[in-house]
Design a protein around this ligand. Structure first.
Ligand code: ADP
Ligand code: ADP
Length: 228
């Protein structure tokens, strides 16, 4: 499903240079769920951004299925992201002037869906995250947990092959965090969606079948952990 090799990324130059990724390689099978863990600044977010084509790598290859992410230009990347990838971040990044359902429809319309189909798919996704009743609410009327559930609905409404989640529970209390984790796992079970979760929280990482630990720009441990 996802194959990356020899990924490197340096921010800045000279004395100011930070090597955020040092020849990182990673393979994720279809429907696999893995957590990327490690201390702050070790390169977790950079890895996720590079794999998702949000930031270019300096070197290396990334394949999503038979698509070469590393060879694509920005415009083609945007289309590839809309078609095959979903993203969830710590900050929900909902558009404040739009309702929950309009937020979920946005990427579907951008991907070329008809308005009617986008409305149907958005409602379906909001039902899945348990928020159909809030579909007309603006983000300001939603709690943090509800906002993140809308963001998850937006990320999965187009049925992407792979979901990238960067500290999705970082701003939530533990009850809302558990709910969000439960939803990510549900998306995996229901649709076979591959999940790559970045978290500094080992407890959350242990919920997933595979843990990839980073340190100083490298993967230092990759193991199939105990699931619960
Ligand atoms: P993590 O997600 O594990 O906290 P990051 O991938 O955010 O780590 O960062 C890895 C390293 O790269 C850190 O030293 C960070 O300060 C640096 N870094 C990340 N993004 C940038 C950027 N846009 N410009 C300069 N340095 C950056
Ligand atoms: P995260 O917890 O997702 O890693 P951060 O707060 O570390 O988020 O980074 C937020 C944004 O700031 C990211 O786009 C990242 O690339 C950028 N960034 C992180 N570290 C640095 C840095 N040292 N210099 C400049 N930009 C940075």
């Amino acid at each position: 499903m996802l194959r990356a090799s020899q990924l490197s990324k340096t921010y800045g130059t000279g004395n100011e240079a930070t090597r955020a990724l040092r020849e990182v390689g990673l393979t994720l099978g279809k429907g696999e769920m893995a957590a990327v863990t490690g201390p702050s600044g070790c390169g977790k977010s950079t890895l996720l951004h590079v794999l998702g084509g949000l930031e270019p790598a300096d070197g290396g290859e990334i394949w999503i299925g038979d698509e070469a992410v590393h060879r694509r230009r920005e415009k083609e990347l945007a289309a590839l992201r809309l078609k095959r990838m979903g993203f969830v971040f710590q900050a929900y990044h909902l558009v404040p002037v739009l309702s929950a359902e309009e937020n979920v429809q946005l990427p579907l319309l951008a991907a070329g869906m008809t308005r009617r189909e986008a409305e149907r798919k958005a409602l379906e996704a909001l039902e899945l995250v348990g928020l159909a009743g809030k579909r007309r609410s603006r983000p300001s009327a939603l709690s943090g947990g509800q906002s993140q559930r809308v963001a998850i609905a937006r990320a999965v409404a187009g049925k992407p092959d792979i979901l990238f989640a960067d500290e999705p529970t970082g701003a939530l209390d533990s009850e809302a965090a558990d709910q969000v984790m439960g939803l990510l796992e549900l998306m995996n079970r229901q649709y076979g969606m591959t999940l790559l979760l970045v978290t500094h929280d080992d407890r959350l990482a242990q919920r997933l079948p595979r843990q990839i630990r980073m340190f100083n720009g490298r993967i230092v441990e990759d193991r199939e952990g105990a699931t619960c």
